[in-house]
Design a protein around this ligand. Structure first.
Ligand code: SF4
Length: 666
């Protein structure tokens, strides 16, 4: 095993933010390497500041280091300055824990949460010293694995990865470790096991997809289209599964990780303790890939949440905790948990008045608020000292369009919440919207300005400092959602709609408009629904210097359009084309458990402006997940949280009828 620290340290004086690379955080594992152990280098393909707080990576890091047959370290994408220094000095990618060379590890495993990081993935494989193309790797090269939400369509990366893990990693990483441990034992005993047969073994682990074991064939172009659609995706061998299912942890309460959260030495995003209170979401927002692919809902037992918060605050010294999930205020035990946490902190402060890590000043963040006055009240209760800004996400400007996208927020719900917030002392409100949604008209776009204007007027009744920031993103259709068939708006159309909003908000000093770059949404769209042919484009963009494409100062759509043209592929066909019902989508052989018919019917319901209810508290409409996997929603309380239904009109008082399992108290 080799540490590159002696050569690396002098370079750090020449780069921005050397603290990104030194490790030494509180909470790190003490990795004990051994030739027989399977060594994982867990990678986040963006900067340290963004990657360190990632909960998924921290959870896997702990679970692997608890195993006797595995060891795990972490790495993050070196910023362009260190990248250049490493290459100029012939140094490899390294772990931040012990600064071992990446080539010392058996597995380089990426957490993928956004598509524009794909070129960073290639760059990190290259820096690690492995061939970028999977087909060129030999028996001694590391295995490259991807997981996270983007792994549900890993086809654009198929040429570069050995495995994609679909769904939650807690159990499957141990199963992968066991297969690779067997491979290492065989090799140590002199029994030759080639890479191809290891991949065959891994393909039999549920949730593991090995792209190289599948053949993709393409049909001739039809109807004047510039490219052929996929004809079929078929396994190359009889023993390789035709369809790969995601993995789901049935009981989140069995996995109280991270137990030792990492405390960075330098400033990072989300610089606070994070405790995941539940996984999954059943509100059914049709644009939301995360909500669709993480079903069903699994809440953590309330007592466990309390314990994780108390232990985490004490261990890290933070005085701020974020309760994370896709919609935290939906946690059915949210009120008692918060009251309990505040009581715990008060008690801790009484018994240790001098302790820095615990005390009355603890702030609890609820990062995803429902639009109702109750959650604003809750936010006020837990966030009494910091009332500068509050965020809601109506997503669309009119009730009609919110029915299309199934974000069933009534205007009176929003105005009630805004009234409640301004009356409790908040002065700034942020409202998130998407433009370019299916069926969107100019009236829907202008409805955003109208909502913002009305919210600002409500605020002015309470404070002259009231302001409303409207943040607008261009909608990007994602795999495994009802909107996966929708052709994205062109850049020109997105820009025109932003222009409409600029005109409509220009004269209102209390409304600030911010928007995301339409070019970046276009590149994201190509990658999010792309097929294997796009690998050539990603490689070309990377080879021409296109790393850190998530970062505005590094992104350039011309790189992508130039690479698509050079590879004889069509941007319009990938990004702006509506897909057909019977079309073989690039991810058709990968499943998050959602029936094709459910997704298609939900897409038709969207076009008919018809919403569906939250199945957590109402009868199942058979999307396929619970029935297919034999799992159910797990909730901490049999009663839906107070505060109404976010405009769904559902009767949430029918707690005794819900199709759920109550989580055990731990
Ligand atoms: S199977 Fe039924 S209860 Fe489960 S997530 Fe789907 S609709 Fe909801």
């Amino acid at each position: 095993m080799t540490s590159v620290w002696a050569d690396l340290e002098p370079l750090l004086a020449r780069v921005q933010k050397p603290a990104r690379y030194i490790g030494l955080e509180d909470g790190i594992a003490d990795p004990h390497h051994h030739p027989a152990k399977v060594s994982w280098l867990l990678a986040y393909p963006d900067t340290y500041e963004i990657g360190l707080p990632n909960q998924g990576l921290q959870i896997l890091y702990e679970i692997l280091n608890e195993r006797s047959d595995a060891v795990a370290e972490r790495t993050y994408a070196p910023w362009a300055d260190l990248d250049a220094e490493l290459r100029a000095n012939d140094l490899p990618l390294f772990s931040v824990d012990t600064h071992r060379s990446a080539s010392d590890f058996d597995i380089l495993a990426f957490n993928l949460s956004a598509e524009l990081v794909y070129t960073n993935v290639l760059n990190m494989i290259d820096l690690a010293g492995a061939p970028v193309r999977q087909a060129e790797r030999g028996d001694d090269d590391m295995f490259v694995v991807v997981g996270g939400h983007c792994a549900f369509n890993p086809e654009p990366l198929a040429d570069f990865i050995d495995l994609a893990v679909l769904g939650e990693g807690e159990e499957v990483i141990s199963e992968i470790t066991e297969v690779l441990h067997g491979w290492k034992v065989d090799r140590a005993a002199g029994r030759a096991v080639d890479r191809a047969s290891v991949l065959r073994r891994l393909s039999k682990v549920p949730g593991v997809y090995v792209p190289s074991l599948y053949e993709v064939t393409y049909a001739e172009p039809v109807d004047g289209e510039p490219m052929g659609r996929i004809a079929a995706v078929t396994p190359r061998f009889d023993d390789v599964p035709a369809t790969v299912d995601k993995r789901t942890v049935a009981d989140l309460g069995e996995w109280p990780y991270p137990k030792t959260p990492l405390t960075p030495l330098t400033e990072v995003v989300h610089d606070r303790l994070s405790v995941e209170v539940f996984r999954g979401c059943t509100r059914g927002c049709r644009f939301c890939q995360a909500g669709m692919i993480t079903r069903p809902v699994r809440e953590r037992p309330a007592e466990q949440v309390r314990t994780m918060i108390a232990d985490g605050l004490q261990r890290t010294g933070y005085n701020e905790v974020s309760l994370t999930s896709l919609s935290t205020a939906d946690f059915s035990d949210i009120e008692p948990v918060i009251k309990g946490v505040l009581a715990d902190q008060e008690a801790a402060h009484q018994s240790h008045p001098d302790a820095m890590s615990i005390g009355c000043g603890t702030t609890i963040n609820l990062p995803s608020l429902r639009v109702d006055a109750f959650t604003v009240g809750l936010a006020g209760e837990v966030n009494s000292g910091r009332r500068s800004g509050l965020t809601f996400a109506p997503e669309a400007g009119t009730w009609r369009l919110r029915q299309v996208i199934n974000k069933l927020i009534l205007e009176e719900d929003l105005y009630g919440a805004v009234e409640s917030a301004f009356s409790q002392g908040w002065t700034r409100m942020k409202l998130y919207f998407l433009i370019g949604l299916p069926t969107e008209t100019d009236d829907d776009v202008l409805g955003i300005a109208e909502l913002a204007k009305n919210c600002a007027e409500i605020g002015k009744r309470h404070t002259h400092r009231a302001s409303v920031t409207v943040s607008v993103g261009g909608f990007v259709p994602k795999a495994h959602t009802p909107f996966q068939w929708f052709g994205q708006n062109t850049r020109e159309e997105l820009r025109r709609k932003i222009g409409l909003l600029q005109d409509a908000t220009r004269r209102n000093g209390a409304v600030n408009l911010k928007w995301h770059d339409a070019d970046a949404s276009t590149a994201e769209s190509v990658a999010s629904r792309g097929d294997r042919r796009l690998g050539r484009v990603i490689e070309r963009v990377w080879r021409e210097g296109g790393t850190f494409q998530e970062w505005g100062e590094h992104f350039d759509l011309d790189r992508w359009t130039g690479a698509l043209t050079a590879e004889d592929l069509s941007l319009d066909w990938y990004a702006f084309r509506h897909r057909h019902e019977d079309e073989v989508l690039p991810w058709a052989h990968l499943t998050a458990g959602l029936h094709h018919d459910f997704l298609w019917d939900d897409w038709q319901d969207a076009l008919a402006e018809s919403g569906v209810e939250d199945c957590r508290w109402t009868p199942c409409y058979d999307c396929g997940v619970c029935t297919g996997y034999g799992i159910e929603h797990v909730v901490a309380s049999p009663v839906a949280p107070a505060g109404g239904s976010q405009g769904t009109g559902q009767d949430l008082s029918r707690g005794h009828e819900v199709p759920v399992t109550l989580g055990a108290t731990r």
